[in-house]
Design a protein around this ligand. Structure first.
Ligand SMILES: *Cc1c(COP(=O)(O)O)cnc(C)c1O
Length: 353
């Protein structure tokens, strides 16, 4: 039956983290440190739980297609910008490509990076230009700008997944000043960095900034993403999106989450503290990170071998083998709860014994 399936879906797909329940059962462990998906280990904020539950009562009705409450809450949190929403930022990425890119046109990305830009572009018939990052995984503006000359849309992830480093607003400005295509800046982890990219939206009308409730806001399971966009882009995005994209419960929970600043602040301070501790005590080279994860060099072990050994000790981390443009000796480790960080440091200490 495979012959009926489109070519782009016959080979590879998105790589998911291993299931914690399966690993626990397979190795007879009591506790699993879930450090493979960059989630917030805290449960959702009480305010998110309350507004989500309240919305569930009205689930017989279609959601407000304008997502007016979420839009208002985003304006209150970030300022008076146009926003669009999607089923996770993944949904926003897919719809943005559908809005802007014709089959056969090119999408530029800066590798190694988040895999879904490429998968989604290819699935929609676009070509992909991969621009390798330079030393320290820094974006090299000259080669990136050059790739943008042929592209319709470019993706840049800052802080970058899986390397963790951020690209400064100054470099983004340098790039924006010299390109004609649209730049999608992926800010999935921006809450953990010191940079603020939103002011750039006032200067450039070819910039889209993607954000998510999945990481800092503890709502990964509800799939809420959004983007801050130029005014001209919004009506076209809405035409390209599926009707009633975001469900009412998720949208309401997101409004609650935005109102709980202490919940966000706890995540931020914990990440800063534990990231420092992990970096000092892991015993392996850790790349400098502005995100809630770090990339670790486990050479001479291969990525998958390290992930396998760690999972037998109850620590789930992400192998970086599937990230294109990266040598095969890195793993990505999320900053979890205090006890998970301790378990992780302990497991890395026994990685070669
Ligand atoms: C997690 C992640 C996303 C998507 O998150 P959603 O759960 O779909 O909102 C987007 N970009 C990067 C870089 C990510 O790591």
């Amino acid at each position: 039956m495979k012959r009926w399936v489109r070519g782009c879906y016959q080979s590879e797909g998105y790589s998911f983290a291993k299931s914690a329940a399966e690993v626990r059962k397979k190795h007879g462990l009591d506790r699993i440190a879930r450090l493979a998906s960059n989630e917030n280990p805290d449960p959702p904020s009480e305010a998110a739980l309350k507004s989500g539950t309240d919305a569930l009562i009205h689930a017989n009705r279609y959601p407000d297609e304008r997502q007016a409450f979420l839009h208002e809450a985003l304006v209150a949190a970030h300022g008076d910008y146009p926003f669009v929403t999607g089923v996770g930022m993944d949904g926003v990425i897919e719809t943005t490509i559908r809005t802007l890119v014709e089959p056969g046109e090119l999408v530029a990305i800066s590798t190694p990076t988040f895999s879904f830009y490429r998968l989604s572009a290819i699935a929609q018939g676009a070509g992909v230009v991969e621009v390798p990052r330079g030393p320290g995984f820094a974006v090299e503006p000259v080669s990136f700008i050059e790739a943008c000359e042929e592209a319709k849309l470019a993706f840049l992830c800052t802080p970058n997944n899986p390397t963790g480093n951020a690209t400064s607003p100054a470099v983004i400005r340098e790039i924006l000043g010299q390109i004609e295509c649209v730049l999608f800046l992926d800010n999935a982890y921006v809450e953990f960095s010191a940079f603020d990219y939103l002011p750039l939206l006032k200067e450039y009308d070819n910039l889209i900034i993607g954000r998510t409730f999945s990481k800092a806001y503890s709502l990964a399971g509800l799939r809420v993403g959004y983007a801050v966009v130029p005014e001209w882009f919004r009506p076209y995005y809405l035409r390209a999106a599926t009707p009633h994209t975001l469900n009412a419960v998720s949208a309401a929970a997101a409004v609650g989450a935005l109102s709980d600043l202490p919940h966000l602040e706890r995540a931020r301070t914990r990440v800063q503290r534990l990231r420092k501790e992990l970096t000092c005590r892991l015993g392996y080279p850790v790349m400098p990170s502005d995100a809630n994860f770090v990339m670790v060099d486990v050479a001479p072990l291969a990525s998958d071998e390290a992930v396998d050994r760690l999972s037998r000790m109850g620590v789930l981390v992400r192998s970086c083998r599937s990230f294109r443009g990266l040598e095969d000796h890195y793993v990505r480790v999320s900053i979890g709860a205090d006890w998970e960080n301790e378990m992780c440091i302990d497991a890395f200490g026994r990685l070669n014994s």
